[in-house]
Design a protein around this ligand. Structure first.
Ligand code: FES
Length: 382
């Protein structure tokens, strides 16, 4: 094996001094308690006793040189940038509007990209800073190691301590306060970022109502009278127009939304409802089958069911007039609308909730109350 034959040079933290070492160059053991030994002597002796021969050891730069200062500044800048990006991540995580807002100017749609970009910049800068440090600042060293087995002697432990101390000194942390400060400022916010997913849930309550109601968003839909000064909420089309019984033909159906601001948007994504005009005989059948909690929920031959599948949340709106079945296109669940929208086929295990209907003074459909049971997949509540 060919190896470089250059003798080890002094560590860079002792520039300009003559190398006076009590350690012999050859490989006989030295007294490690000899006060004349330098730290590097101990490092080299420790390495030698471990079967590692340091063949080449030279600093990258003249200590204190312009080139070294330039590299230190670049690395410090990377760490500070990482800290700034991590801080920006935290600020966005806490303060950026994250709940859905309609409209082209809504800031909420940038929430995830802002988190992703700031975290990516922080990670990249920390990685680049560490790589630049090891590549550009740590001394260049070539060593050959002889492998051996066995536990460490106490002398070896002393030498290992000296080796680790030497490594710390070589890293330049102790004599480069700019890097030390940049590292602290850069990594402190980074540590906070790592803790953000854990403590984030304690900062914001995901059950806070975005409408200022004393309820969790899972506990109401857009049909709650609480959103309408305790007055029943009208059923409206997507364009916000109210609906009279004469607007839906017999055996026809219409998708309706709560007549509150934003009622037809994702702000009330759990509120879409199917208003169905049953044939006389089918309405009779349903009246006979009504669950107790659904008593009084029909208006004439009209019934309204949640349009959110109780299996996984798809819209079960394929209405088979002849069989009175409502089909969900996702996993083929079928709901029998003449029997409280009970699932008769497929993976759904729960009936579609029925919306209590009424007519207001002007003859328009309103929700007599909110849904009496939670809409959507059961696991939403878990
Ligand atoms: S979501 Fe409707 S059957 Fe699966």
């Amino acid at each position: 094996m060919t190896v470089p034959t250059q003798q080890p040079t002094r560590p860079e933290n002792e520039p300009g001094t003559e190398v006076t070492s009590a350690a012999p160059a050859e490989s006989r053991e030295v007294d490690i308690h000899d006060p004349r030994l330098t730290r590097f002597d101990l490092v080299r002796e420790g390495a030698r006793r471990d079967g590692v021969e340091i063949m080449l050891y030279e600093p990258r730069f003249e200590p204190g040189s312009r080139a070294e200062r330039r590299v230190v500044r670049v690395i410090a800048m990377l760490f500070l940038l990482a800290g700034a990006a991590a801080t920006a991540f935290m600020v966005a995580y806490i303060a950026w509007p994250w709940q859905y807002e309609a409209g082209a100017d809504a800031l909420s749609k940038f929430y995830t990209p802002v988190l992703g970009v700031t975290l990516a910049i922080a990670l990249f800068c920390v990685g680049a800073g560490i790589v630049a440090w090891t590549k550009k600042l740590l001394p260049h060293e070539v060593s050959i190691e002889q492998r051996h087995d066995g536990p460490s002697e106490s002398d070896d432990q002393t030498l290992m301590g000296a080796t680790l101390g030497g490594a710390l000194e070589e890293s330049g942390l102790t004599r480069r306060p700019l890097l030390k400060g940049a590292l602290a400022l850069g990594l402190a916010p980074f540590a906070v970022v790592a803790a953000a997913p854990i403590v984030g849930g304690l900062i914001r309550d995901p059950h806070d109502s975005p409408h200022g109601l004393p309820l969790s968003p899972q506990d109401y839909t857009g049909f709650t009278p609480l959103l309408n000064n305790d007055q029943p909420v009208r059923l409206v089309r997507e364009d916000g127009t109210p609906i009279r019984p004469a607007d839906v033909s017999v055996a026809g159906q219409l998708t309706v939304f709560p007549g509150v601001p934003g009622g037809a948007t994702n702000e009330f994504a759990d509120s879409p409802t199917l208003l169905i005009h049953l044939r006389e005989e089918d309405a009779e059948l349903l009246r006979d089958n009504l669950y107790e909690m659904n008593d009084g929920s029909m208006v004439g031959n009209f019934v309204a069911y949640s349009k959110i599948c109780t299996h996984a949340g798809c819209p079960p709106s394929l209405f088979e007039q002849q069989t009175n079945l409502l089909l969900c296109p996702c996993h083929q669940s079928q709901f029998l609308i003449t029997d409280n929208a009970r699932p008769v086929f497929g993976p759904a295990a729960r009936s579609l909730p029925m919306l209590p209907l009424a007519l207001d003074a002007e003859g328009y459909f309103v929700a007599a109350s909110d849904y009496k049971v939670p809409v959507g997949p059961s696991f939403w509540e878990l």
